[in-house]
Design a binder for this molecule. Structure first.
Ligand code: C2E
Ligand code: MG
Ligand code: MG
Length: 904
């Protein structure tokens, strides 16, 4: 594997090493090529030189031999010319006489034969080719020689003066011969000598021969004349006449060239030789000198081998050096590689260590962690795992995570889980597991598969967080969002949700349901008198009682302070039947409240008012149903509390009108639509002693609206406070104005004060401020309060009254006789006047009961030293009766209607 480069420097070094290796190998190869090339060149040159030297040597030797052979025939030629000359006059007559003496000629020839060793015989041949004379006894005179080749040569070529024959076989002499002939002048014939070719052999014998050298003399007809070394050591003439069969030699002889160098195998002994062939001038002979190639090249071959061996040795040494160098390079490279690997390993180790540290840190998170092998055997868990499950690492390692199973999930659940992991390598979801202590808890689990480089799953990693606290928090939030913290009942929101669902169900099933709004009567009093804690207890008890009456399937909800709602579902039957059922439930609710309730020391009885409406399907919208229940409740309250009222559409119209009125009323004060009318109060003689200020609302559309219509509304929505303030201020200003007018300066002014207004914390302060600001005399101001004041917060009311009374303000009890009228309290309050309600005055003369009440009231007032005002006096008989029975002050249409101040 190619090592991974660590740095650019390493990469460079690696490249350098590879280059060095290539250069070294190249140098070596080139070196060897040069070495062997020059060696080959040198050896080739040596070879050429050796060959050249051999050629020169053989040529020199051939020249020598040729010279020698030539000189031999010069000698024979000289002998022939000598013979020829001596056969001419004047020598002819002197020597041989005239005519010739054949014996003397024969002697003469014999003498000449003895002059030269190589000459065997000397003959004279006549022009016809017959022997004239001969030194040999073999040739008698007249012996025909015309058949011999030299004769015909002379015959056919007249210009030819002398000629030497190639070797030929003489049958007569029974041996090989060479004939040298010479033409005699004047057609006298020929002189000829027979030469012994063996002489050449003997001459060659005298030459020294180097080893492997050969010298041969052949004739132009390819017959061997002599040869060294001998063909047969015992027979010197064995070579004579042997026919040579060698095509290059033959070609040379035919070419007529003087000399040639050949390299060929000897046809005689088969040895390969370097030859020089040399023609002998004017003679039919060729000298062949050879040197044996094997010997000739032996030295060269030896030198060649020596040099090859040296070359090989150099090559081997070079190779060793190269190998050594390459090894060193490889070693260097290996060392570098090792250094690099070590560096990489160090780096890897550092990276791995860092990763391990990160992994270890990551492992100890707030999440529980668990690692298993691919067979789901636990390998490792973290501290959080232990904290959540209660199992230590030692307890779970090697075990299957199944030990945490809660048993709450079925097989299919785990199958789905593992399918998820195998398909996408991870799964997330909520799982219920069991702690070591047996507690079952919810966790959010993430399960991941770990794969190796080959893609095979090796481990599984599970991380999880304990959802117990989150679940609890969720539950708490849910509780807060949908339940009333005090009673634990569903709150308004949940009730609305359920109603919405109930409407849908009802639409499907066609069944009726009922919505009941419940309101505690006089809850406010309990709160004010006994404190909020008691109020809370009361509400809890009420909730408890309500729940006790209802089925589990019904819904009881707390909507607000003392308001509850009950939702009944799935009521069977037609509308009348269902109404009966609902009414029965409502009555049970009313009844369960009857029992006295203990709050600490106190025991009190509470009552509720119930408004009830029925719903079915989409006959009414959710808002309409709520409105209907609300209206019914209002009706129940109006009916005198502790009552049940069904929603009735007529009432809806009235309530809608009321809602519009309320909206308009809010604008009345800022729009300046309020007026004060004044009604006189007279004494028994009819003299006006005071007036009552009565509020009027000049509505832009409705015209004058009576206070009976809008005062209760204003009281409900607290508008009465600013309105009452305005009334008091306007009245006081009027009172102050009257002080200027002597005719009216003594008139008292009565102003109605609503209980709500009176209960305002700064009421006293405000009244005093107004008196101050307007300058109205406090003693002429009379505040009319109602009996309801006596019911609620009696002590506080008394305190305030006393405070104002100290400043001179007086009090009248309005509408006396209609309310609780507890005489015991009456006594304790700082009152100045009782106003008998006009309903009694109206019935006075027709109803004995009314008469009795009025009479006893007058008596009572007298005993309490209170002034009595009769309201609503419309007729003189009424006036008479009242005056007769001791009523001092009268008020009514009989004396004057409430009118604007101008009309007073
Ligand atoms: P009230 O204080 O009892 O006032 C007397 C009511 O009897 C007045 O009605 C008056 O017009 C009427 N009345 C007087 N003489 C006769 C008569 O001979 N025959 C008949 N049938 N009625 C007579 P009004 O003005 O409609 O006021 C009704 C009630 O509204 C008052 O009853 C009082 O409780 C309340 N009210 C009026 N003005 C104010 C006000 O400024 N503040 C407060 N808080 N309440 C007021
Ligand atoms: Mg009044
Ligand atoms: Mg009144």
């Amino acid at each position: 594997m190619k090592p991974e480069p660590v740095t650019p420097g390493d990469e460079l070094a690696g490249r350098r090493v590879r280059k060095d290796r290539r250069v070294a190998i190249a140098l070596y190869v080139v070196g060897m090529l040069v070495l062997f090339g020059s060696l080959a060149g040198f050896m080739f040159d040596q070879y050429q030189r050796d060959m050249q030297a051999a050629r020169e040597r053989t040529a020199a030797r051939a020249d020598l031999v040729a010279e020698w052979v030539g000189s031999t025939f010069s000698a024979s030629d000289f002998l022939l010319s000598d013979v020829s000359e001596q056969l001419q006059p004047p020598w002819r007559q002197r020597l041989f006489g005239e005519p010739l003496d054949p014996a003397m000629v024969e002697d003469f020839l014999i003498q000449h034969r003895q002059r030269l060793d190589l000459v065997d015989e000397v003959n004279l041949v006549g022009p016809e080719g017959r022997i004239l004379a001969s030194s040999s006894s073999l040739y008698p005179q007249g012996f025909d020689m015309s058949g011999l080749p030299f004769h015909s040569a002379f015959e056919s070529r007249p210009e030819l003066s002398g000629w030497v024959t190639p070797l030929f076989w003489s049958a007569l002499a029974a041996r090989h011969l060479v004939v040298h002939a010479r033409r005699l002048p004047d057609g006298q014939g020929l002189a000829m000598v027979e030469l012994d070719p063996g002489v050449f052999g003997q001459a060659l014998e005298r030459l020294s021969l180097a080893r492997g050298q050969s010298i041969a003399i052949i004739d132009t007809e390819m017959h061997l004349i002599a040869r060294r070394p001998r063909l047969d050591d015992d027979e010197p003439l064995a070579a004579l006449g042997v026919t040579i069969d060698e095509p290059q030699t033959e070609a040379f002889i035919e070419s007529g060239e003087a000399r040639v160098h050949l390299r060929t195998a000897s046809p005689l002994d088969g040895d390969e030789r370097i030859y020089t062939l040399r023609r002998i001038n004017g003679l039919p002979f060729v000298v062949v000198v050879g040197e044996k190639a094997s010997i000739l090249l032996g030295g060269w071959m030896y030198r060649l081998w020596v040099r090859i061996l040296i070359g090989l040795a150099v090559m081997g040494l070079g190779w060793l050096a190269l190998r050594h160098y390459l090894n060193r390079l490889r070693l260097e490279e290996e060392v570098r590689q090792q250094v690099r690997e070590r560096e990489l390993a160090r780096r890897d180790a550092r990276a791995t260590e860092a990763q391990l540290r990160i992994a270890a840190t990551a492992f100890e998170t707030h999440l529980g962690m668990l690692i298993t092998d691919r067979d789901s055997r636990i390998l490792k868990v973290n501290d959080t795992f232990t904290r959540i499950t209660g199992y230590t690492e030692a307890e779970v390692v090697g075990r299957n995570p199944r030990l945490l199973s809660s048993g709450l999930h079925d097989e299919a659940f785990y199958r789905r889980l593992w399918r998820g992991v195998l398909r996408t390598d991870s799964w997330q979801g909520e799982v219920w597991n069991r702690r070591k202590n047996g507690e079952v808890f919810p966790e959010w689990l993430t399960l991941s598969a770990v794969r190796n480089a080959a893609g095979k799953t090796t481990h599984f990693v599970a991380t999880f967080s304990d959802l117990t606290e989150r679940k609890a928090a969720e539950k708490e939030i849910h509780q807060l969002a949908f339940f009333d913290p005090l009673t634990g009942l569903p709150n308004r929101r949940l009730m609305l949700d359920r109603l919405e669902v109930a409407l849908k169900d009802s639409y499907r099933s066609g069944k009726f349901g009922a919505l009941l709004f419940l309101d505690l009567d006089h809850f406010k009093q309990v709160n004010d008198t006994l404190g909020h804690h008691a109020g809370d207890q009361l509400l809890q008890e009420v909730a408890h009682r309500l729940e006790g009456v209802l089925r589990d399937t019904d819904t009881v909800a707390r909507l607000g302070s003392d308001e509850f709602a009950v939702l009944l579902y799935d009521l069977r039957g037609d509308v009348e039947e269902v109404a009966v059922i609902a009414e029965r439930v409502a009555n049970k609710l009313l009844a369960v409240m009857q029992a006295p309730l203990r709050l600490g020391e106190e025991s009190l009885s509470v009552s509720i008012s119930i408004g009830l409406t029925l719903y079915r399907g989409h006959e009414a919208t959710l808002d309409e149903i709520l409105q209907q229940a609300d209206m019914a409740l209002f009706q129940a309250k109006a009916a005198g509390r502790n009552a049940l009222a069904f929603f009735d559409p007529e009432m809806q119209v009235r309530l809608q009108a009321r809602a519009r009125l309320e909206a308009d009323l809010r604008q009345a004060l800022p729009n300046g639509e309020l007026r004060l009318h004044y009604q006189p109060q007279v004494d028994e003689r009819g003299a006006v002693i005071g007036v009552e200020a009565l509020l009027r609302w000049q509505h832009p559309v409705r015209g004058l609206v009576s206070p009976g219509e809008f005062i209760p509304l204003a009281e409900e929505n607290r508008l009465i406070v600013p309105i009452g303030h305005w009334v008091l201020e306007t009245a006081c200003r009027q009172l102050a104005a009257w002080t200027e007018d002597p005719a009216r300066a003594a008139l008292s002014l009565s102003v109605n004060v609503s209980p709500r207004q009176f209960r305002e914390p700064d009421f006293v302060k405000r009244v005093l401020e107004i008196l101050e600001a307007t300058g109205a005399p406090a003693c002429l101001l009379k505040l009319e309060v109602t009996e309801s004041l006596l019911l609620e917060a009696r002590d506080e009311a008394r305190r305030r009254m006393l405070e104002l009374r100290e400043r001179g303000v007086r009090f009248a009890l309005d509408d006396f006789g209609t309310g609780y009228s507890s005489l015991a309290y009456l006594k304790r309050l700082p009152l100045d006047q009782l106003k008998i309600d006009q309903s009694f005055v109206r019935d006075l003369l027709e109803d004995e009961a009314s008469e009795a009440i009025v009479a006893s009231t007058l008596a009572l007032a007298q005993s309490l030293q209170l002034e009595v005002v009769a309201e609503g006096v419309e007729s003189s008989p009424q006036r008479v009766w009242l005056v007769v029975h001791g009523c001092r002050v009268l008020q009514g249409y009989l004396f004057g209607r409430p009118v604007p101040v101008e009309d007073l």
